[in-house]
Design a protein around this ligand. Structure first.
Ligand SMILES: Nc1nc2c(ncn2[C@@H]2O[C@H](COP(=O)(O)OP(=O)(O)O)[C@@H](O)[C@H]2O)c(=O)[nH]1
Ligand SMILES: [Mg+2]
Length: 327
């Protein structure tokens, strides 16, 4: 069982965001309190005060309306809290017949904990299905084949997988064997210590990337590292899909991504802003050997930008993040 999770979360004081902003400017070599003319100082101070007022009123509005509407009630969240000790693996697939056997062999050899895997496809002709059925026919009872019911595409597939369970750890794994499954047990250890999200991190010390388009890699590295250094996100790799989520925290905010892999960034950023605890474990990502990638870099870039900028909003710790009643 997960022992006393959530206890380490510190209160995030309201003013912390502005202290962070000043620190961030400092790191960029800008000292907002040391500018030339008194006129400039007065204007800068007024802009700052107006900004603070705007953000404050935004917080008040969110707390008064949106927060109340979007958050579950105490009863919904804790009424039936039975932490599952079984790991749920969600595998979105798009014609991964050539890769699935290798992935499954890796999963069963690397994960020692009890797990169940939801393989989520978009259409019944997907060539992953017969391969997965063959494995089930050999007596494997940990595979569940599932049709995406949240709209075609990788986001719908992942959300369909999330919706299969109420509580416990959920790991998202790509079917093309890109993810470093040798790190799953270490990631789970952090989860059992009480972290709500555990990131497989390519850009921290010990992590790495092999292959893949360099522009995509450069942009995700830039996003991950700047969110770490400038915004203080406790991971160097917010955009990676390979993460463990605590299922319960996925009910603390609305999930808005409908397109592609920007979902990974949205979930991490929103979880950070509501005060979730995030840990990371170094991992090596390698590009697929068979088939082709469906990553639409230029089409999805504006959506990534949206969640990137969203990360700079104030943090407001959710009142639901506290010691759960563990029975
Ligand atoms: N269900 C579903 N899965 C998808 C879709 N596109 C990609 N995937 C899966 O998502 C994972 C990663 O996809 P991939 O195209 O390799 O993206 P990349 O690794 O970022 O280049 C693989 O398991 C794919 O089979 C889709 O439209 N629907
Ligand atoms: Mg891939």
């Amino acid at each position: 069982m997960r022992d006393s999770p959530h206890t380490f979360i510190e209160e995030v004081p309201f003013y912390a965001n502005y202290v962070e902003l000043v620190r961030m400017l400092g790191r960029l070599g800008i000292d907002p309190f040391k500018s030339a003319t008194p006129y400039f100082r007065i204007s800068a101070a007024s802009v700052l005060v107006m900004g603070i007022l705007l953000l404050w009123t935004e917080n008040v509005w969110i707390a008064a309306f949106a927060g109340a509407a979007q958050c579950p009630t105490d009863h919904d969240f804790y009424g039936d809290l039975r932490m599952s000790d079984c790991l749920t693996v969600v595998i979105p697939v798009y014609n991964e017949g050539a890769n699935f056997r290798t992935l499954w062999a890796d999963l069963v050899s690397q994960i020692r904990s009890r797990f169940i895997a939801f393989v989520v496809y978009d259409f019944p002709e997907d060539d992953t299905i017969p391969v997965a059925r063959d494995i089930v026919a050999t007596g494997e009872n940990r595979i569940r084949l599932l049709q995406n019911n949240k709209g075609r595409g990788v986001v719908g597939a992942i959300l369909t997988g999330f919706n299969q369970i109420e509580h416990g750890p959920v790991l998202v794994v790509m079917a093309d064997s890109s993810d470093d499954l040798s790190r799953v047990e270490e990631m789970l250890n952090w989860y059992w210590k009480g972290y709500h999200i555990v990131v497989g991190s390519r850009y921290m010390k010990g992590g790495g990337i092999e292959g893949g388009p360099w522009v995509k890699q450069a942009l995700s590295r830039l996003a991950g590292l700047s969110l770490y250094w400038l915004r203080g996100l406790p991971t160097h790799d917010a955009t990676n899909a390979f993460k463990i989520y605590d299922r319960d925290i996925l009910r603390l905010f609305p999930i808005e991504s409908r397109g592609g892999f920007e979902l990974n960034l949205e979930l991490t950023v929103k979880a950070y802003l509501v005060g979730c605890a995030i840990a990371e474990v170094p991992c090596c990502w390698k590009d697929r050997t068979y088939g082709k990638s469906h990553f639409k870099l230029w089409a999805w870039l504006p959506r990534y930008m949206r969640w990137y900028l969203y990360a700079f909003r104030p943090r407001r710790r959710s009142r639901f993040l506290r010691d759960p009643i563990v029975t």
